[in-house]
Design a protein around this ligand. Sequence first.
Ligand code: NI
Length: 267
Amino acid sequence: MFVDSHCHLSFPELRAALPDIRAAMAAAQVDRALCICTTLEEFESVHALAMSHDDFWCTAGVHPDNEGVLEPRLEDLLALAARPKVVGLGETGLDYYRLNGRSLEDMAWQRERFRVHIRAARATGLPLVIHTRCASQDTLAILREEGAGQVRGVFHCFTETLEVAREALALGFMISFSGILTFKNAVDLKAVAREVPLDRCLIETDSPYLAPAPHRGKTNNPSYVPLVAAELARLKGLEVAQIAEATSRNFETLFGPTVCRPGVVRT
Ligand code: NI
């Protein structure tokens, strides 16, 4: 019924609890999850999760915050993208939140890394999973320069303004809402969620981070994604089942027919 479009089940605190998490997912009717890669070093463990569970898929990519890790070349991403159950590239993008005394010019390496992911998306047709923080204008500008009209994807864990949402939608991207949507003080984000068309919304946990209310501050996991759906339903004046159905369909639209539930025939 529900799909968690972005989680980090390979991270140790979740990996160790996987049997319990899968039982909780089943109880909460969370029937699919996309396991997100953040370093090339991590890829094999993320991919192994997808290969060993019918209802998990994965991405390949290097998060903009990760430094001192293998730098992905285009050929690296193309090779990983060709592996079974890899349905997206990322998470990638720009993050100027932790400059640690550096200037924006000093972050050229991050922009180049992002461009490499966009080129891989263009070459493979796979969607991009975009992380952007304190860098929305550069993120949008680079997307336009490198891939306008040629790449698809999602702005994950969206926390930007309505204006940025509109620009992302105009580029053909989807918008994914995380547990932040359930936080009382996320007033601006709730307003954005009311405006994003239902056929462009995804839901996610970004677990182990950002557990939705009433679990805020605890370790997050994919079984909590219905709490995000419930808040989105409340904001849009819809039933939770309608949000579940729409976001599941959007997930299939974006990530492709292979993410269909095993045993379910697509019509
Ligand atoms: Ni993430």
